[in-house]
Design a protein around this ligand. Structure first.
Ligand code: FES
Length: 144
């Protein structure tokens, strides 16, 4: 017979199950919360200079990291444009093809035109445009 307030095997197993349940719940909930509130992981507005942008040739691109987002900056005749490099289908990273003047996604052979609109393939939406600003002789991209 066990004494009151003394640890029992059943009490220890109840504690172990509760602790495992709490850890599992936290492991599932934290990524969900960070997905729903990107600012909680520092995903707020950020501004990054595009190094060497002024020396880019027309049609040339550069990929820069703005916070957690990969951004493709393309120098076009009309000026610089920038889009999220994340394909709107399943999230693969697109690349700029200078010859075709298109953003190409290697995962499911999608193509986006130079304005980010879907030309072919399964993406349901255009690429997300990113703000580009020219300040003096520097180019900045920023996410809102
Ligand atoms: S992820 Fe880009 S086309 Fe499927």
């Amino acid at each position: 017979m066990s004494k009151p307030n003394s640890p029992t095997r059943r009490g220890f197993l109840d504690f172990l199950i509760a602790a495992c349940s709490a850890i599992t719940t936290a492991a599932l909930a934290i990524p969900g919360v960070l997905y729903l509130w990107p600012a909680a992981k520092g995903g707020g507005s950020q501004k990054v200079e595009v190094e060497g942008a002024k020396s880019m040739a027309i049609g040339q691109s550069k990929t820069v990291q703005v916070g957690s987002l990969a951004v493709i900056v393309v120098k076009q005749r009309s000026g610089f444009c920038a889009f999220s490099a994340v394909c709107t289908h399943l999230g693969c990273l697109v690349k700029w093809d200078t010859g075709k003047k298109q953003f190409l996604c290697p995962c499911h052979a999608a193509a986006f035109d130079e304005k980010g609109k879907v030309v072919s393939g399964p993406p349901p939406a255009p690429l997300v445009e990113v703000s580009v600003k020219e300040v003096g002789d520097k180019i900045f991209v920023s996410t809102a």
